[in-house]
Design a binder for this molecule. Structure first.
Ligand code: GSH
Length: 218
């Protein structure tokens, strides 16, 4: 890889998923701050990159021989980065193997259930001006249910004492979840209420590259 990747981001759980994987893979990247509190994610210039108007987005000028690849949706970003830059499979499994598909399963679980449901919980518990007990209860209950599912996934992975979601190594399924697990505290939920997840969380949080990723944008 020669030129730095551009990361359009803000300091949110989805933004941190992207910065953490870039750090963990040791990739060169430049950060462009998109201040979502000022609605910059809905500005014309940003929506030209991502019609959905949400961070993060990456732009990889090294994409094959053609123009840069512009990519949004954290599931796609994380998959693209390991497919392209983790040729030794330190944080992924070879295409077509059982663990490749299990990683995909839990990555999709994260982006389609964990992120949106916890996001709604955040909205109704923290940001909504009017407090709706029905909505608060519904999304808090489902957020806790989903972390219970992850605890079960960890407990079923007997390789390496249930330390990882899939097989014997950290993958994008773990890093995707970590971005959101790191914000559970905002809902007054302690990840250590699930013993395996608590250990999983503490171990990932100690990784220096993860700590760097969590500080992006500075
Ligand atoms: N499904 C998207 C969700 C991205 C997303 O919700 N980003 C939030 C920040 S965590 C955002 O940009 N919010 C600002 C807005 O909606 O304008 C993904 O996985 O990348």
């Amino acid at each position: 890889m020669s030129l730095p990747i551009k990361l359009y981001t803000f300091g949110t759980p989805n933004g941190h998923k992207a910065s953490i994987i870039l750090e963990v893979l040791g990739l060169k990247y430049d950060t462009v701050v998109v201040d979502i509190t000022k609605n910059e994610s809905k500005s014309d210039w940003f929506e030209k990159l991502n019609p959905n108007g949400r961070i993060p987005t990456i732009e990889d000028p090294n994409f094959k021989d053609g123009p840069p690849l512009i990519l949004s949706q954290t599931g796609a970003i994380l998959q693209y980065l390991v497919d392209t830059y983790d040729k030794e499979h330190k944080f992924s499994y070879p295409f077509g193997t059982k663990n490749y598909y299990k990683t995909l399963e839990y990555l999709i679980f994260q982006v389609s259930e964990n992120g949106p449901i916890q996001g709604q919980a955040n909205h109704f518990v923290i940001y909504a001006k009017e407090k709706h007990p029905y909505a608060i209860n519904r999304y808090l209950t489902d957020t806790k249910r989903i972390y219970g599912v992850y605890e079960d996934i960890l407990s079923r992975n007997k390789e390496n004492d249930s330390k990882f979601l899939v097989g014997d190594r950290l993958t994008i399924a773990d890093f995707a979840l970590f971005g959101w697990a790191n914000r559970l505290v905002n809902l007054n939920i302690d990840i250590h209420d699930w013993p395996l997840l608590g250990k999983w969380y503490d171990a990932i949080k100690e990784i220096p590259a993860v700590q760097k990723g969590l500080k992006v944008p500075s």
